[in-house]
Design a protein around this ligand. Structure first.
Ligand SMILES: [Zn+2]
Length: 350
């Protein structure tokens, strides 16, 4: 039975294939049936044909391309700027407003962060603020050199009446910037034009608290009543040692920078004034600069207590007080020699 039935099925299938071939010959292509999904074209095609329904799914394929359109806008990149602002702007409860504002601030930080590395690279002569005066003026130090031995040249302590000492150290900054080779490779030189910017601005000898900043240091002989050009001045030493921000800033600088030797400039007594542990150093500077040398505690016009160079000397640093001859000149040539002698001295004796 099965063997007889086979020829019949073959004959039927051949008839079906012949029917399909007839349809293709009549121009019913796949392309036209896809187009039939369009309502406009549907009228042009022969209505009521069965193949139209299975072809609907392909027409849905183009629509998924709408989803990729949402892709380019990529919300994620615009959301990236958000993290930085969240540190400061996180309190904002409205998330919708935050994204639009946040991109701008993130651009600003990246722009400002770029200059900072370049500033750090250009470091050779650099000026830093080491403290502030009573009235908030900065006390600055300019650094030249990179050696392990620190020396400090401190200009004006006594304000307006001794402003040439400020100009002297400013001149030194200008000079050594142009002649950095004069600073030994083992030395870092710090230049502090003024410890008393308030007194310099006001034209007074004392700081804004009416304290003499060269009587305010915690030496063995500190006294609130201090010797001054016009006699004993009650309270000129300050209510207590290091009561003033200027003297504290200078003390902290000497300590933290491990200053090996320092000169504090004054006027108008014309000489080098030494302290017990710094006599050879003071003699070397006096000899190089030509200023008269004075033994510790000798030849001062009045008793000086709580002085900066004495505090440094008592704390293991070489230090001296150098008085210019007056306010007529900053006496650059002699002091230039004294500064170079200071740097040579620390190199030889350390
Ligand atoms: Zn002075």
């Amino acid at each position: 039975m099965q063997r007889r039935a086979a020829p019949i099925w073959i004959a039927v299938s051949l008839l079906i294939l012949a029917g399909c071939a007839a349809n293709l010959a009549s121009g019913q292509t796949a392309a036209t049936t896809i187009a039939a999904s369009s309502p406009a074209l549907q009228t042009a095609t022969t209505a009521g044909q069965a193949p139209a329904t299975p072809l609907i799914p392909p027409t849905k394929l183009p629509t998924p391309t709408i989803a990729p359109v949402q892709w380019p806008p990529t919300v994620t990149p615009t959301e990236r700027p958000l993290p930085p602002p969240t540190s400061t702007a996180s309190p904002l409860p409205t998330p919708s407003a935050a994204p639009t504002v946040s991109p701008a601030p993130t651009l600003a930080p990246t722009a400002t962060q770029r200059p900072s590395p370049t500033v750090a690279v250009a470091a050779s002569p650099r000026t830093t603020t080491i403290g502030q005066s009573v009235q908030g003026r900065p006390i600055t130090a300019t650094t030249i050199g990179n050696g392990p031995l620190a020396v400090a040249f401190v200009g004006d302590t006594h304000g307006g009446p001794e402003r040439e000492t400020d100009l002297l150290v400013q001149m030194a900054i200008t000079y050594y910037r142009e002649h950095p080779a004069e600073i030994p490779s083992a030395v870092t030189a710090y230049f502090i034009p003024t410890l008393n910017p308030d007194g310099l601005a006001a034209g007074t000898r004392f700081n804004a608290d009416a304290v003499d900043l060269n009587r305010n240091w915690q030496t063995r002989d500190w006294d609130t009543n201090a010797g001054e050009p016009n006699g004993l001045d009650k309270g000129a030493g300050g209510p207590r040692p290091f009561s003033e921000p200027e003297s504290r800033a200078m003390r902290d600088f000497l300590v933290t920078h491990h200053v090996a030797a320092s000169i504090f400039y004054h006027l108008p007594w014309g000489g080098v004034y030494s302290e017990p542990n710094s006599v050879p150093f003071a003699q070397a500077v006096a000899q190089a600069s030509g200023y008269p040398f004075h033994l510790p505690g000798k030849d001062t016009p009045y008793a000086m207590t709580g002085t900066a160079h004495r505090w440094a000397d008592e704390h293991g640093q070489l230090s001296l007080l150098l008085e210019l001859h007056g306010s007529a000149s900053i006496e650059w040539d002699t002091n230039h020699s004294g500064m170079n002698a200071t740097m040579r001295y620390v190199v030889i004796h350390h």
